[in-house]
Design a protein around this ligand. Structure first.
Ligand code: IMP
Ligand code: MG
Length: 179
């Protein structure tokens, strides 16, 4: 099936995202005010724009690390099987960790990665997801912080792709197929 014919309609503007990122960063800075150095872990690749904006608003000493997990391939449905493609560079044992995800959809990816990181015994592990589609959930899990709850739409932009396209859009848009 060729899905190359689609348009993107704005769902969340760049301005709304920036305002929400600022609010979230203030909450996170307060929640981790007693930490020596927070390890912010971005889940590649969808979180790269969000993490870049978020860490610049954090009023804390921060380290940044990345993890890549696969669940989607290039399709629109989760495969339910999560593989680690790229592991962290640093140790998180005894550290304060914030895991940054782009979207929580079925919840398989987040729950799998949380289990993996918990097994390394961080002092504290919290999660933040820019977007949440609660109506799609199959695993009972929630991020500690959520940017926006959205309906069951396939979205792109602000780091999020459809078949590796549209990550560079400055806003979040929903994909609408034109044929
Ligand atoms: P889950 O394991 O089903 O929760 O899937 C989470 C992952 O699926 C996210 O990290 C995204 O990479 C991807 N995903 C879920 N919904 C969308 C979407 O609407 N657009 C693009 N990627 C999505
Ligand atoms: Mg992802």
């Amino acid at each position: 099936m060729d899905h190359s014919n689609y348009t993107v309609d704005t769902l969340i503007s760049a301005k709304s995202i920036a305002a929400r990122v600022e609010e979230l960063a203030a909450e996170i800075s307060a929640a981790y005010s007693d930490t020596d150095k927070l390890v912010v872990v971005g889940l590649l690749r969808g979180s790269f724009v969000f993490i870049a904006d978020l860490v610049r608003e954090l009023d804390l000493p921060v380290e940044v690390d990345f993890l890549e997990a696969s669940s989607y391939g290039d399709g629109m449905e989760s495969s339910r099987e999560v593989r680690i493609l790229k592991d962290l560079r640093g140790e998180i044992n005894g550290r304060d960790v914030l895991l940054v995800e782009d979207i929580v959809d079925t919840g398989f990816t987040l729950s799998h990665v949380i289990r993996l990181l918990q097994s390394r015994e961080p002092r504290r592990l919290e999660t933040i997801a820019l977007l949440d589609k609660p109506s799609r959930r199959e695993v009972d899990i929630r991020a500690s912080w959520t940017g926006f709850e959205i309906p069951d739409e396939f979205v792109v932009g602000y780091g999020i792709d459809y078949a590796q396209r549209n990550r560079n859009l400055p806003f979040i848009g929903k994909v609408r197929f034109t044929e």
